[in-house]
Design a protein. Structure first.
Length: 412
């Protein structure tokens, strides 16, 4: 993806929000149809082709829907169909409802996606259907794409992202292998001894964020004061997100250029960051501590770093079974849970080896010294873990009732 900052006028902002509302409305109606089907029914929930026909009928009967772009609404249906397919393949989570202010965006494909122009060295413009030409900052060369997505984040910033596959970074052909150990205190420790830290909010920004959150708890719902506080918090969090993404891009590019093979732990981040609050009948333990750990994991960009490494170093990223990598001595191979004295220090009781605990774990990852229950090799290829997309013929519909009502602009 090549993303650029849009600079729409106030009139264009209103038109873009209307398009986002249409795409969100169509998505939610498709989700409602899908949620109404239950196991045991003879017919399946309608897929993209049937829903596209229903969309045509809905546009003919509703002037407000017909005023929007048909491409935007059809692509919302196609995106939902793809989300359902990836859900049954075990790749993504179950599709959820899209909310105003949180899910603002739509996609343009085909010939209209190539209608871009370069105005100057710093500015370009793109033609958005039903909106017109919108200027954007040329922060990088303009790509040739067949589709793009317009989005608005919670801080109110508009972006256009062109769908292009960037060329992978060529391997340096030096035979070097590096292990990357991801942590909460040290974002990424390398087997070379380097300790990398993901940038966070500065102390002054953290204090301001805390003050804003306290004011938000006292603000009345629906008031203008609350809206201003929410926007200020969103700006601070967007600043932190931008810094994290920039750090991920720079770190992944540096590793892809320096090393032939990059080994990381095969972590299930979604399961690691799952809430521990439990249920009413069986409440969880140490919920607040687990929530703080979850925030620390997500703030360090564990998943984004590996994802970008797989994009840039294609075929050169290997995933190691994470069992006992932090308890094993990288020099003699002795496994002892007491060898890690604290978060930063590792001392082997067998050979007396002393090192940084994260660097020791990264060295084990680089050597593939993961210990499995059966003593098998701990190195996995990243390609072996990619699940295959299920075909529509092999998928079984197993929706759950949503319990929500919606406007019946499309027949079910």
């Amino acid at each position: 993806m090549s993303r650029y900052r849009l600079a729409p006028t106030p009139a264009q902002v209103a038109a873009l929000l209307e398009q986002c509302g249409h795409a969100r409305f169509v998505w939610n109606l498709a989700l409602e149809q899908w949620s109404m089907w239950r196991p045991g029914r003879r017919s399946h929930a309608p897929r993209f082709v049937a829903q596209a026909r229903q969309l045509t009928e809905a546009r003919a009967n509703n002037d407000w829907l017909r005023a929007g772009s048909q491409m935007v609404q059809q692509q919302a249906l196609r995106d939902f169909d793809q989300a359902v397919t990836r859900f049954f393949a075990g790749i993504n989570r179950r599709p959820t409802w899209r909310k105003a202010g949180r899910h603002e965006g739509f996609r343009i494909v085909g010939a209209q996606a190539s209608r871009t122009e370069r105005l100057s060295r710093r500015w370009g413009r793109v033609l958005v259907p039903k909106v017109g030409w919108i200027r954007f900052r040329l922060s990088r060369p303009l790509p040739e794409a067949k589709s793009y997505r317009v989005t608005r984040d919670r801080a109110g910033r508009w972006h256009v992202a062109f769908a292009v596959a960037p060329d992978p970074i060529p391997a340096p052909a030096n035979g070097d292998v590096v292990g990357v150990d991801r942590g909460v205190i040290v974002s990424a420790a390398l087997s070379t001894g380097e300790l990398l830290y993901c940038p966070r909010l500065r102390p002054g920004e953290k204090s301001r964020l805390l003050r804003l959150q306290r004011r938000l708890s006292k603000a009345q719902h629906g008031s203008n004061r609350r809206a201003r506080i929410v926007a200020a918090i969103a700006h601070l969090k967007a600043r932190e997100t931008d810094r994290r993404k920039d750090w991920v891009e720079q770190t992944s590019t540096d590793l892809a250029r320096r090393f032939d093979v990059i080994r990381v732990e095969d972590l299930r981040i979604r399961k690691l960051t799952r809430s521990a609050k439990g249920t009413v009948a069986e409440p969880g333990k140490n919920v607040r501590q687990k929530a703080g750990l979850n925030r620390g994991i997500l703030a360090n960009g564990w998943g984004c770093l590996v994802e970008r490494l797989e994009h840039k170093a294609v075929g050169r990223v290997e995933k190691v079974v994470p069992a006992y990598t932090s308890q094993t001595c990288s020099r003699c191979g002795t496994k002892d849970r007491k060898a890690r004295e604290n978060q930063a220090d590792f001392r082997c009781p067998s050979c007396g080896y002393i090192a940084n605990a994260d660097v020791n774990a990264a060295t084990n990852i680089a050597a593939g010294r993961a210990v499995t229950a059966r003593g098998a090799d701990g190195v996995r290829s990243a390609a072996k873990r990619e699940p295959q997309l299920a075909t529509s013929a092999s998928m079984s519909w197993n929706p759950r009732p949503s319990g929500r009502g919606g406007r019946q602009a499309m027949s079910s």
